[in-house]
Design a protein around this ligand. Structure first.
Ligand SMILES: CC(C)(COP(=O)(O)OP(=O)(O)OC[C@H]1O[C@@H](n2cnc3c(N)ncnc32)[C@H](O)[C@@H]1OP(=O)(O)O)[C@@H](O)C(=O)NCCC(=O)NCCS
Length: 171
């Protein structure tokens, strides 16, 4: 675990975008998203979009933003604005480089995002688990939520995805 103790989540700055793009292209070659769509999300919800940094290099990122319950936003899309009826914090993407996995960074992230979500008057997390990551998310307390036909159609846009939800960490 070469980075333990030095890694820290922090808010994203404009200068981080090229590195986020580079990591996304390595880890998500089958779900490409234009960096402009990430930049918009970061701009729309700066308190819930973070990078994990070892002091020098970015080792991963998390993109989350307010959204509607029972709705999966389309990938690689500009939104224009956050929906007026947003009530949950949607975790769009959490990506760690392999060298920093298994070190508790997701648990730390969920604490930070819980506080940010509460400050935005949101009620809970939702996400679309891809690449068979449902099991990984269930370790963090996420549970499958019922998927109606509309959600199933939206999930198809992610390749295949399982819609999951959980409460924020207690304050
Ligand atoms: C998902 C991710 C953020 C979890 O971070 P992490 O630090 O590895 O989290 P944990 O240490 O708690 O590991 C969770 C467990 O789930 C496993 N896991 C992670 N992603 C998985 C996947 N896609 N499919 C199956 N298992 C997975 C890990 O191997 C680990 O199992 P282990 O403890 O038996 O080795 C990280 O693995 C990652 O960036 N993966 C690639 C991008 C991705 O899949 N993002 C999520 C999309 S919804």
């Amino acid at each position: 675990m070469p980075f333990k103790g030095q890694l820290r989540w922090r808010k994203i700055a404009d200068r981080d975008l090229p590195e986020i793009d580079r990591i996304a292209k390595i880890i998500h070659p089958d779900l490409p998203e234009h960096i402009k769509t990430f930049a918009e999300k970061i701009n729309l919800s700066p308190s819930t979009c973070l990078v994990v940094c070892d002091g020098t290099h970015i080792r991963g990122y998390a993109i989350a933003y307010p959204w509607r319950m029972n709705d999966m936003p389309p990938l690689d899309t500009l939104f224009g604005s956050i929906p007026a009826d947003a009530s949950i914090l949607y975790i769009h993407d959490v990506t760690l480089l392999p060298s920093v996995r298994g070190q508790g960074l997701v648990a730390e992230l969920l604490k930070i995002l819980s506080e940010a979500g509460r400050e935005l008057a949101l009620t809970r997390f939702t996400l679309a688990a891809v690449y068979g990551s449902e099991e990984a998310w269930s370790r963090y307390g996420f549970r499958r939520a019922p998927m109606d036909e509309r959600l199933m159609a939206q999930a198809a846009g992610y390749g295949a995805a399982v819609y999951m939800t959980r409460d924020f960490e207690p304050a």
